[in-house]
Design a protein around this ligand. Structure first.
Ligand code: ADP
Ligand code: MG
Length: 390
């Protein structure tokens, strides 16, 4: 996976400098509302986002946060109340969907049930006025890309869910779009199939180095696996956008910390900051943490009254109780998950903020057992408390 990602980013960088500086996709202060007046739902508020040619950006957020609305605004299925969407240098806000040249794949496949696979793939080509003589070759190429060449004569009902989704992807690719939009394309598949389709999507992405992709998902593992950058959404707004690595290692907000990987967020008091290293107090015990300084003047941790300490469940060490420097704690619950065990642990003095801890193997310690909790070096990072940063 990392090999593909590295090559992919290099390709994207080359494309960016070689072609032009216009992003492949631009959302410029887009507002979308459903309904009118008091009963209206604001589904997208001042939404700004740019996707470079060849780049894959995941729109990640909980259900109802406005992800599909953003995609629909770009594809032309919904009209923004204000703002603009651009493809390259072209403002497409007022263009009908078929004139935008965008490939779209949705969760429910949306294949025509009465058409065979090849006809389904050819359908979009006709709508895009591709010459008749060219259609056969394009359909074969698109089906080959998704490993569906032998199935051209079948009807959608004769295919599994995963195969139907491959056909839907082939249909989107057949028009050779510069921009591909995928809206939760794996959500209807079972867990095992989702994993193998994810690998196929990674390969597809590597095979289309010039195509910009916007990938909507509520599943952080899909976003981490596929995206060059992740745009986190909440309540119709963009919360944070950055590379997966940056968002994971140094979450700019508590929402992103929790949504991307289920972080523990502990109330703490910042005692001292030296460079990017902080000494904090958690329930009276001193702990060292990273103090990110991403943007100049963004966060002054020492005067930050409500900083939170962000620790991933796998980055917590459970040690003997009363070990020097460890936070005294008690096990509240354990859930065996096969290769690991998830423990819920209450820190002494912070019973209202229990933390989740993942340990490898089968941990059979009973609820009530005393333990010590330690955050290894660089395992804890400061995150602004909600509402504390403008
Ligand atoms: P997501 O894709 O992140 O789950 P959506 O963009 O589908 O979110 O929806 C954002 C908000 O807009 C939600 O509150 C949803 O209920 C509302 N919404 C979406 N589509 C419509 C519609 N056609 N009519 C009215 N409200 C809608
Ligand atoms: Mg949606």
């Amino acid at each position: 996976m990392s090999r593909i990602n590295t090559r992919r980013s290099a390709d994207a960088a080359v494309t960016r400098t070689a072609v032009d500086h216009a992003p492949a996709i631009t959302f410029d202060r887009v507002n979308v509302a459903y309904g009118r007046g008091r009963g209206a739902t604001r589904a997208l508020i001042d939404f700004n986002l740019r996707v470079a040619p060849g780049e894959t950006v995941a729109l990640l957020g909980p259900s109802g946060s406005g992800k599909s609305t953003a995609l629909k605004a770009l594809a032309g299925f919904t009209r923004p109340a204000s703002g603009a969407v651009r493809l390259g240098d072209t403002d497409v806000t007022d263009l009908p969907p078929a004139k935008r040249g965008i490939g779209v794949v949705v969760q429910s496949y949306a294949l025509f049930p009465h058409m065979r696979v090849a006809e389904n793939v050819a359908f979009g080509l006709r709508a895009h006025r591709v010459r008749r003589s060219e259609i056969g070759g394009r359909v074969s190429d698109a089906l080959a890309m998704v490993g569906m060449s032998p199935y051209g004569k079948r009807f959608p009902r004769e295919l599994s869910g995963g195969q139907q989704q491959r056909v839907a992807i082939a249909r989107a690719l057949a028009i050779r779009p510069r921009v591909l939009l995928l809206d939760e394309p794996l959500a209807a598949l079972d867990a095992q199939l989702r994993q193998s389709m994810l690998t196929e999507l990674q390969q597809l992405r590597a095979a289309l180095p010039g195509t910009a992709m916007l990938y909507v998902t509520h599943d952080q593992s899909e976003a981490l696996a596929l995206a060059d950058r992740i745009a986190v959404m909440r309540d119709a707004r963009l919360v944070d956008v950055d590379t997966a690595e940056n968002l994971w290692k140094r979450p700019p907000s508590s929402f992103t910390a929790a949504f991307l990987g289920g972080a523990n967020l502990l109330p703490c008091t910042v005692t001292r900051v030296v460079g990017t290293s902080a000494l904090v107090s958690v329930g009276g015990t001193p702990v060292t943490a990273q103090a990110p300084q991403p943007d100049i003047g963004r966060v002054d941790w020492e005067s930050e009254s409500g900083a939170l300490l962000c620790v991933r469940p796998h980055a917590v060490d459970l040690v003997a109780p009363h070990e020097r420097g460890a936070l005294p704690a008690r096990i509240v619950a354990t859930v065996w998950r096969g290769s690991s065990t998830r423990l819920t642990v209450a820190l002494v003095g912070l019973p209202e903020s229990p933390i989740e801890v993942d340990v490898t193997g089968h941990d059979e310690r009973a609820a009530g057992t005393e333990v010590g909790v330690r955050f290894p070096d660089r395992g804890a990072v400061l995150v602004p408390a909600p509402g504390s940063v403008s």
